[in-house]
Design a protein around this ligand. Structure first.
Ligand SMILES: Nc1ncnc2c1ncn2[C@@H]1O[C@H](COP(=O)(O)OP(=O)(O)OP(=O)(O)O)[C@@H](O)[C@H]1O
Ligand SMILES: CC(C)(CO)[C@@H](O)C(=O)[O-]
Ligand code: BAL
Length: 281
């Protein structure tokens, strides 16, 4: 059903300030890099349940891409994104250009993601989390967000944003939304559109491995079951398979814990994770 309030598309900080000043409800923010899919729409719906004023940001942030990553080819689909936002009753879409986000060029002062920014995704993508946190912090301030919604699909990102909000007293509530999957289990991701049919079939090994691992309650059995499936799929190159606690520290003997995976399928890098119920032993 289309919301009766038309979605406003804006590109500048001045327009954003005016839109936020006119808000008559909590400012509920969903940050994205565009190429919206049903995972993003779940975030938007969660935000809509919370507030009548939902603000979606669309910005492919150059600061969080490494020199050999996919910044240039990252899908940019503003018209379709706007349609999705209209259908979900979004009040405002803020889609700034690079100069609007980083006037004067790349900032000389950026966020430090700390030790949690160095492991897993951070080890494979140096500087990624510093760039991500820098833009998230700027967007939280520019939107004057009361509450912001992030997907569990990017679990380490979510953990870091929570920690930044806590450690720096940002005064914003961070809400996590569970991962939305395709019917066959593949976690939705804008990068799935890079996959050929064969690569997509290979990519299913990630969710299958996590699902199989999560049927076990002993950490060694979890890892062994997941590894067996990943090793049996020649079309992927595993970057890491890791069992961690919710804050991404070492896993405790009792749950809750999480199983995370990252792998390359052709030239596409995908990530996924699931919660675990571990038993003490
Ligand atoms: N399948 C999903 N389920 C729930 N949330 C998701 C899903 N995919 C992305 N999100 C969330 O949407 C927000 C914006 O993510 P982003 O625009 O990077 O999309 P993406 O699909 O993760 O893209 P990519 O993985 O290609 O970078 C993030 O909070 C992210 O965790
Ligand atoms: C949070 C985010 C929008 C910051 O650029 C991005 O990392 C993403 O889309 O997950
Ligand atoms: N989806 C997380 C943002 C990134 O991969 O750059």
């Amino acid at each position: 059903m289309t919301d009766p309030i038309p979605t406003l598309l804006i590109h500048t900080r001045a327009e954003l300030a005016a839109a936020v000043a006119a808000a008559t409800d909590e400012v509920a923010v969903v940050m994205t890099m565009g190429a919206l899919h049903d995972g993003h729409r779940a975030l938007i719906r969660a935000a809509r349940e919370r507030s009548t004023f939902v603000l979606v940001t669309i910005f492919v942030n150059p600061l969080q891409f490494g020199p050999n990553e996919d910044f240039d080819k990252y899908p940019r689909t503003l018209e379709a994104d706007l349609e999705a936002c209209r259908a979900e009753g979004v009040s405002v879409v803020f889609a700034p250009g690079r100069d609007e986000m980083y006037p004067g060029g790349a900032p000389s002062i950026t966020m430090n993601a700390g030790p949690l920014g160095e492991i897993l995704e951070g080890a494979s993508r140096p500087g990624h989390f510093s760039g991500m946190l820098t833009v998230v912090e700027k967007l939280l301030l520019l939107t004057r967000a009361d509450v912001a919604f992030f997907g569990e699909k990017d679990f380490q990102q979510l953990a870091l944003i929570r920690r930044m909000a806590h450690d720096l007293e940002l005064g914003v509530e961070i809400v996590a939304v569970p991962t939305v999957r395709e019917p066959d289990g593949l976690a939705m991701s804008s990068r799935n559109r890079y996959l050929s049919a064969d690569e997509r079939a290979s990519a299913l090994a990630l969710s299958r491995a996590l699902r199989e691992g999560a049927t076990h309650t002993d950490p060694d059995a979890v890892l062994a079951a997941a590894t067996k499936i990943l090793d049996g799929e020649p079309g992927i190159r595993v970057d890491y398979l890791a069992l961690t606690a919710p804050d991404l520290g070492p896993a405790p003997p009792e749950g809750p814990a999480r199983l995370l995976v990252a792998a390359r399928v052709g030239s596409t890098r995908l990530i996924d994770n699931v919660p675990l119920q571990l038993k003490g032993h």
